[in-house]
Design a protein around this ligand. Structure first.
Ligand code: CP
Ligand code: NVA
Length: 307
């Protein structure tokens, strides 16, 4: 049976820990023929810098090949049905990484594809980002379980995946969102179940200052995600008290990390210059997309990793 990665919750705590270990070992050691002869389709409905480049370079560094397919040329569900695209691509490639507006599109792709499908971001989750972020946190802090992460802002795709990843691995998660922009019940319930066995504490607050108290990590993301451009002005008003700046960061632990998946909207969710703060690890996060996804591709394409 093929195994997809559509949600962080498709993985167990043990699998996540193994991925992090494998990513660390792949970061130390080149494996230029691990995926020799393997191919990956990158099927994107939205723009990307990090996800596209890190997947392409990951395949190249492992001896495989990636093919990028832009929205204009495929016309997923427009030029032809999603199911047909899935069945055709399955005849050419060994894996599909797809970035879609609707999560339902991903589910349909996965249903009709005979090769594994990776969620490269949908409106519901961004698992590759969250898993890479765990790698960054582990590298900087030497552990996951027992840390506290404060997420400030929109209960969006990045927040959803991060909450699931935290609750699976024992990280406490405190989120501050304005009313109507909280993380959805469905994800909270799922995370609460994971937290029961991992020991994470999950807290929802409305005040950013309360959320960052005792935090080891302060994390934020854009107020209007891709596809929500028409709501940008309304969201700027709703989120105006949710900017992360050096004053807010100073209320967290003295050695707290500042994290953001990028792209960032300077002057909105972050104060100008914050990416360059000594506590910011945002470019390590971006780099770790490459290493974590190399480990993920190796796992998805069922190649045992040695060394
Ligand atoms: N963080 C992230 O997924 O970036 P891109 O949208 O540039 O891929
Ligand atoms: N929440 C953002 C993340 C971008 C990586 C978006 O979906 O646009």
């Amino acid at each position: 049976m093929k195994k997809d990665l559509l949600s962080v919750s498709d993985l167990s705590q043990k699998e996540i820990e193994q991925l992090i270990e494998q990513a660390l070992s792949m970061k130390r050691k080149d494996m230029p023929s691990l995926l020799s002869g393997k191919t990956l389709a990158l099927l994107f409905e939205k723009p990307s810098l990090r996800t596209r480049v890190s997947f392409e370079i990951a395949m190249q560094q492992l001896g495989g090949h990636a093919v990028y397919l832009s929205p204009e040329e495929v016309g997923l569900g427009k030029r032809e049905p999603i199911a047909d695209v899935a069945r055709v691509l399955s005849r050419y490639v060994d894996c599909i990484a797809a970035r879609t507006f609707s999560h339902q599109t991903l589910l349909t792709l996965a249903k009709y594809s005979s090769v594994p499908v990776i969620n490269a971001l949908s409106d519901w989750e961004h698992p590759c980002q969250a898993l890479s972020d765990l790698l960054t946190i582990y590298e900087k802090k030497g552990k996951l379980s027992g840390l506290t992460l404060a997420f400030i802002g929109d209960g969006n795709n990045v927040a959803n995946s991060l909450l699931l990843a935290a609750s699976l691995t024992g990280i406490n998660f405190c989120v501050a969102s304005p009313p109507s922009y909280e993380i959805k019940k469905e994800i909270l319930n799922q995370a609460q179940k994971f937290a029961t066995s991992s020991g994470s504490q999950i807290k929802l607050v409305s005040e950013p200052r309360e959320a960052v108290k005792n935090a080891d990590i302060v994390y934020t993301d854009v107020w209007a995600s891709m596809g929500q451009e028409a709501e940008a002005e309304k969201r700027r008003l709703a989120f105006s008290h949710y900017q992360v700046d050096d004053k807010l960061l100073a209320l967290a632990k003295g050695d707290a990390l500042f994290m953001h998946p990028l792209p960032a909207h300077h002057g909105e969710e972050i104060s100008p210059g914050l990416l360059g703060d000594p506590q910011s690890v945002v470019f390590d996060q971006a780099e770790n997309r490459l290493h974590l996804q190399k480990a993920l591709l190796a796992k998805m394409l069922r190649q045992p990793i040695r060394g």
